[in-house]
Design a protein around this ligand. Structure first.
Ligand code: ATP
Length: 135
């Protein structure tokens, strides 16, 4: 049997995950990384993307992660995210509207459009839709 580590995913609003996992794969700012029990300790920032892990029943779980930080210890992974949602909690209609809003702003490019803000909003929306469609 594969040894487990403890996974915690926390946002400023609430705890999203607090359970054992076999493997955790997260969107590190230097690239995606995987952590198994016994991994060397490290700290990294995270980019917008997907976090996936295998729960105690061997089921793959997917979450949207809106950037943040990860602390990897040999027996625990802690994710502090700006915001995060489990796949089942992602509201597709809301993400679709956010995507369309960002696309409209990027296309209009008026003088007062904050392009970077619109690009990041678009990235969040696309990743949320992506997580919802995973497998
Ligand atoms: P929106 O423009 O729709 O508010 P956003 O990307 O600006 O989206 P965030 O700032 O990332 O939103 O998150 C604000 C709060 O709303 C967080 O609690 C986040 O989990 C939640 N949230 C945002 N979008 C969704 C979604 N599509 N489904 C479920 N929860 C969402």
């Amino acid at each position: 049997m594969t040894e487990k580590l403890f996974l915690e995913v926390v946002t400023p609003q609430k705890a999203i995950v607090s359970e054992e996992a076999e493997i955790v794969v997260a969107p590190g700012s230097e690239g995606e990384f995987g952590a198994l029990k016994g991994h060397t300790t490290f700290l990294t920032s995270l980019k917008i993307g997907t976090l996936r892990y295998k729960d105690v029943n061997g089921k793959e779980r997917y979450l949207f992660i809106n950037g943040g930080f990860a602390e990897v210890l040999p027996d625990k992974v802690t994710i502090l995210a700006e915001s995060a949602e489990r796949r089942k909690d992602i509201d597709v209609e809301r993400a679709t509207k956010a995507k369309e809003r960002a696309e409209r702003r990027l296309a209009a490019k008026t003088a007062d459009t904050d392009l970077l803000r619109a690009e990041v909003a678009l990235r969040r929306a696309l990743h949320r839709l992506n997580v919802k469609q995973a497998k």
